[in-house]
Design a protein around this ligand. Structure first.
Ligand code: SF4
Length: 621
């Protein structure tokens, strides 16, 4: 379908909005293949500067644009000022590359990065002029596909998607496009197409699954029309064989993570029991040092960036990290290019790697995530780190010249007592003391310990998926207790907003009953909930009440391990028995080793999905 380029109408609005460069195209590295026979648009449901850095979109954008006669463009949700003007002027949501209406594409892919993006998904669809609910879409509407981390419990948002991809998209999205193209060529109806798509491994078609509420409560979800009983996630077996995008889009404006990012490994098997990403992206698969160094050099040459980020769930666990950093430092010597590592392993190796990347440069700050303040609590969550490890790492870092360390903790973890909360404050005091002792007396005034404390949210597909999230009042009490125990001088204490965590907890474990809630809240003005200036818990509480949903029964209720869960028909490949066993081990503060190095601990992902752990620097017999 050809439609009018919206650019002349959009351009007229740009002098009236904040940050107009959010809406202009022609960035370096963008693809312009709008004459392709099949056209997809990939939408990040937040502003350009947040979404531009998203690596999943960058990867899928590159994958789709290399398929013959297929093109992919990008779209982002306009900020409130721009969307108000667009509605006034009757301008629909548009793609960046060709400024065409999103609704005119064959496929609209919307990523689901976190639960707080759900209201923005509805805003995206409405601004695009696409019917909100999949069941209300006509034959001429595009196929609306979701995917991303929050797809692993898709139920709250499922009604708004024709299909949702569970797991990794590189191979699956190409298959979805092939099935859709063939169905279009054969003149299949929308419903026939969806039945076909449900046969693509990893694709969940919500309209082909019926909720069983025969006994009044939720009793499970059953497939119809031959859809699989359980949709098992897609996973890329040979991660190293995938070429990472090296000539990505270079934005005109400041965006988050404005640097050349390369994903060095996928998955994490450390086994932290609260961590959804660690459970759903198993097993660990590494890119080899050769592939990484080659891609970094090609990426820097193409994009002109002067900073590289080696990204993953746990970069300092890469088995060839030292080799990678040494080779990069040789190749980049004198170029002014810096390398950044995310949160570090809490041990000597982590600090040694940080020294390697900062050699001769600025020592901005190190980040460690001990997660809990007492050893008992760290054993409960399976964070295999001791206080000695942390204090030793801090000492080495401050002796080496660092003056700032950031520590991540959680409160509200299962079995947590006041002693565990106080234990965080005591640990911070000891870290501060060690940091000062390791710093020359004349520099001690500049020592800073930043402490970031979030509230535990029990997430689907983790050993803690059955646990209760602590209620808001209890979060506030524990925060007050912690505030009393953390030293004031030299420590900066930051909280994650407890109201936000509460809503996140509701969305993380709710079911289809939340679709009406999301729609009601969006109609009442909920958008950009991840932005503190936009988030209003009351809007959501009103929407929950209006639809008869008790949020405490979703977020704060302990579930029995036999209870059917809204995500039981979506599998991350980890078997339920493993999650139950891990939960039991947690309750008795037992630990489980990292299977990447100590042998299989029985989660079954590898056997179920036909994938192996792949460590580039270790041969596994
Ligand atoms: S199946 Fe075994 S080796 Fe594979 S990820 Fe699970 S625990 Fe690790």
């Amino acid at each position: 379908m050809t439609t009018a380029d919206l650019w002349p109408r959009i351009e007229r609005l740009l002098s009236r909005v904040e940050r107009p460069s959010r809406y202009i195209d022609r960035e370096w590295g963008a693809f312009h293949t709008s004459d392709a026979g099949y056209r997809a648009v990939l939408v990040y449901p937040d502003t350009y500067e947040i979404g531009q850095a998203n690596q999943a979109i960058a990867i899928l954008y590159s994958v789709l644009n290399t398929i013959p006669d297929v093109s992919a463009e990008r779209a982002y949700l306009p900020w409130l000022d721009m969307s108000a003007l667009m509605r006034e002027e009757g301008i629909p949501l548009f793609s960046l590359e060709s400024c065409l209406p999103v609704r005119d594409f064959d496929l609209v892919g919307i990523t689901l990065p976190y639960e707080l993006s759900f209201s923005n998904v509805l805003e995206t669809l409405d601004l695009a002029g696409i019917a909100l609910r999949a069941v209300d879409r006509s034959e001429s509407d595009p196929l609306v596909i979701g995917g991303g981390p929050s797809a692993f419990n898709a139920e709250p948002i499922a009604a708004f998607f024709d299909a949702i991809l569970i797991g990794e998209g590189e191979e699956a999205l190409a298959e979805i496009v092939a099935v859709h193209r063939a169905a279009k060529a054969e003149g299949c109806s929308r419903s026939e197409t969806l039945v076909r798509l449900a046969q693509v491994p990893g694709v969940y078609v919500p309209t082909l699954y019926i909720e069983d509420r025969t006994d009044g409560g939720f009793a499970g979800i059953e497939p119809i029309d031959g859809a699989p009983v359980v949709v098992v996630k897609r996973v890329v077996a040979d991660f190293d064989a995938l070429s990472p995008p090296t000539c990505g889009v270079v934005p005109y404006m400041d965006v988050v993570h404005d640097r050349f990012g390369i994903e060095v490994l996928r998955g994490c098997t450390r086994g932290c029991r609260f961590c959804q990403a660690g459970m759903v992206y198993r097993p660990v698969r590494e890119r080899s040092a050769d592939s990484i160094v080659r891609a970094v050099m090609a990426g820097l040459a193409c994009t002109g960036y002067d900073e590289i980020s080696l990204t993953s769930l746990s970069t300092t666990d890469h088995s060839q990290l030292e080799e990678i950093l040494r080779r990069l430092s040789r190749r980049l010597a004198g170029s002014g290019v810096s390398v950044s590592l995310p949160s570090l392993r809490v041990d000597a190796f982590g600090v040694e790697m940080a020294r390697l990347v900062s050699a001769g440069g600025k020592k901005s700050g190190l980040t460690f995530a001990p997660e809990a303040g007492t050893q008992r609590m760290r054993d409960v969550v399976n964070k295999n780190v001791t206080e000695e490890d942390l204090l030793g790492s801090v000492q080495r870092a401050f002796e080496a010249g660092w003056r700032r360390v950031k520590l991540y903790f959680m409160i509200g973890l299962p079995t947590e007592t006041d002693a565990d909360v106080v234990g965080i404050g005591e640990m911070v005091s000891r870290v501060l003391a060690v940091a000062k002792a390791a710093t020359p007396p004349n520099a001690r005034g500049s020592v800073r310990v930043a402490v970031s404390v979030s509230t535990f949210i029990p997430k689907a597909h983790t050993p803690f998926q059955w646990e209760a999230q602590i209620p808001l009042e209890e979060v506030r009490r524990r925060q007050a207790l912690l505030r009393e125990t953390v030293p004031r001088k030299g420590v900066e204490l930051h909280w994650h907003d407890s109201d936000v965590s509460f809503l996140e907890g509701v969305m993380a474990r709710g079911g289809r009953e939340l679709a009406d809630v999301i729609q009601t809240a969006w109609k009442a003005g909920a958008r950009f909930d991840a932005w503190s200036e936009c988030f209003r818990l009351q809007t959501w509480l009103d929407a929950l009440a209006e639809n008869g949903v008790d949020p405490a029964a979703v977020a704060n209720r302990q579930r029995s391990v036999d209870e059917p869960l809204p995500w039981d028909h979506l599998s991350a490949g980890v078997n339920r028995a493993y999650l139950v066993a891990e939960r039991e081990r947690a309750l008795s503060a037992g630990v489980t080793p990292d299977c990447s190095f100590s042998g299989c601990t029985g989660c079954d992902v590898c056997g179920d999905l036909g994938v192996d752990i792949c460590l580039a620097g270790v041969s596994r017999g």
